[in-house]
Design a binder for this molecule. Sequence first.
Ligand code: PMP
Length: 402
Amino acid sequence: MDYHATTPVDPRVVEAMMPYFTERFGNAASRSHVFGWEAAEAVEQARDEVAQLIGAAAAEIVFTSGATESNNLAIKGAVAGGARKRRPHVVTCATEHKSVLEVCRRLERHGVADLTVLPVDGTGRLVAEQVGEALRGDTVLVTIMLANNEIGVLQPLAEIGAITRQHGCLLHTDATQAAGRFPVDVDGLGVDLLSLSAHKVYGPKGVGALYVRRRRPRIDLLPLQDGGDQERGVRAGTINVPGVVGFGAACRIAGEELQQEPARLSRLRDRLENGILSGLAGVTVNGHQAHRLPNNSNLSFGGVEGESLLISLPEIALSSGSACSSTTSSPSHVLKAMGLDNDAAIASLRFGLGRWTSVEQVDFAIEKVVAAVTKLRRNSPSWAAMRSVRRGHERLETKELA
Ligand code: PMP
């Protein structure tokens, strides 16, 4: 139930990767022999497969170590590379992943950039016009995620893209959770930079990509790493050939499965949500109900101690938020940005379904969650008090009606 944190590598992906560890082990930058040529050919095929998943050209894909690096390269690279301003302005949003928010905040702290962090509404969505209102003459970059990793909410990227295009600043999106979950097209969205990660699409960990638009406009990124001229000098360092090959295969398979998989996942998600909601009162679905990922459900449980909730569900792989934040027990910044208080934010569970989630697993999760929450509430004095007050009201209302 935690496919937002990571996904298992698809066996078809492992199979594609295997030869590149052993007999085809060449360095893709070796130009003088067949080992290098084979590796380079495989990398270029993978570049094409990754590009196709997002409607890009192969030459617009830069391989990285994952979405964290892609986000850093996009934001730091665009601010330092393209900006001719002394202290350029960047716009982002309060519910972004830490690998975007913390990058922006660091640039602000170090006096490199001015920052505007836009709020979201109670459903976790931005209104595109808010972005327009935040833009200034010195705005160089807007960075807004496509799909949120905790609440699955989709932001109105195409509308934002039309606004940034007209204004003449760059638009970056973190599409880590979106790609392979629904069709993504860089031109349709009007984005200039887009981050991806292989391990969220049934590929290996430690590989990712940044889409960098090459025409209208051509983007001048300052590299984070200098060294060799790999990746056209934008990202120096020997390419992880097996990882990249796996990423390519994962993107090809995800693209092929886009026809059926989102509908299957949303049916499973609805089954999970309906099962829990019909088994328990006092449960709130967090995030916009329509504009969200097909595989996500984020629920808050009234009347339970947040810390006890996860501990009482040891048989299910679940989290209360981003894996990147789960080493700290502070409440989710995403749920807080939507207006939830600390207690409600902690008493929340993030469900993320995926390629191998079955009906049986969903039914098992429903049963365990309903049982665990019921038991926790039985032991919670505040919930018991609230229930008896509510029952009292119900009795009064019935009397009045009679
Ligand atoms: N952005 C989002 C939305 C994510 O969900 C994640 C992974 N938790 C990342 C970025 C970071 O990706 P990676 O693990 O590839 O660095």
